[in-house]
Design a protein around this ligand. Structure first.
Ligand code: FE2
Length: 258
């Protein structure tokens, strides 16, 4: 009996503390993106808007809290998160992120990042935010297209980036300009072939897409992609918020220090 007790004791000590499984997916089915998009659309008064973009918040929780406080103290209409809300897509990371982002007093929409697709992160995202990883919404005459372009982390059976989805959206005739948002920079030549990059450049240049916006790279910055201006939101650790405003026919953007 003593020997058995000793074996059990050694087993318990050697195993350490039991913690949540990294594959846990017990998130409530909240569909916050869908709920918030309805609020964004219902609040439409003029064609103008002012958005705060944040991205790559990972486990920079203190910086994220400061970004939320900053946004809440300014007159933004809504927030778009460019993905990588977690490091490993784990339920408890999602829970922590969700608790903070819900402190926003305006609606928000979250794109999926490559880190978010690790473990069972995609399933958690699909419960918390939206079943669809590729989706769009109109705010007045501006079409926001949010797509999953995390090709390495997606199923091989899927087309990622999904050019058919993008084309279908851009062929719509109910918008004046489209803003394309995806986590990875579209000219990332590690992830995409030159053929894919050229195809995406041609597609966005054939329609009125003045801006393509991404996260993933942690340095905030800007450049071009075909005819579009490319904006990289940057991570929370850089302690900036990308303010993106439509005022009449003009788009005004600025990386604001928080
Ligand atoms: Fe990323």
């Amino acid at each position: 009996m003593k020997v058995m007790s000793l074996i059990i004791l050694i087993f318990l000590v050697s195993c350490g503390q039991f913690v949540d499984s990294p594959y846990a997916t017990n998130a409530e089915n909240l569909q916050k993106n869908i709920e918030n998009i309805e609020i964004i659309q219902e609040s439409f008064v003029t064609q103008d808007f002012k958005i705060a973009f944040i991205s790559d918040t990972h486990n920079y929780y203190d910086d994220l809290r400061d970004q939320i406080d900053f946004i809440n103290s300014r007159n933004f209409d809504f927030v778009i998160h460019g993905g990588d809300a977690t490091n490993l897509g784990m339920q408890r990371e999602w829970d922590k992120f969700f608790g903070i982002i819900e402190e926003l007093n305006i609606p928000y929409v979250v794109a999926i990042g490559n880190h978010d697709m690790l473990s069972n992160g995609t399933a958690v995202y699909q419960n918390l935010f939206s079943r669809k990883l590729n989706f769009s919404f109109l705010r007045g005459a501006t079409l926001f297209i949010i797509h999953n372009n995390n090709n390495w982390e997606s199923s091989r059976e899927e087309e990622v980036p999904n050019v058919s989805f993008l084309r279908e959206q851009l062929e719509r005739n109910d918008y004046e300009q489209a803003i394309l948002i995806g986590h990875v920079q579209l000219d990332d030549d590690d992830r995409y072939s030159q053929g894919q990059i050229n195809q995406l450049k041609e597609l966005t240049s054939n329609y009125n897409v003045p801006f393509v916006i991404n996260g993933h790279n942690h340095n905030p910055g800007e450049g071009t992609f075909g005819k579009a201006t490319r904006l990289t939101i940057g991570s929370s650790a850089f302690r900036k918020v990308l303010s993106f405003e439509k005022k009449g026919d003009e788009f005004i953007y600025e990386f604001l220090d928080i």
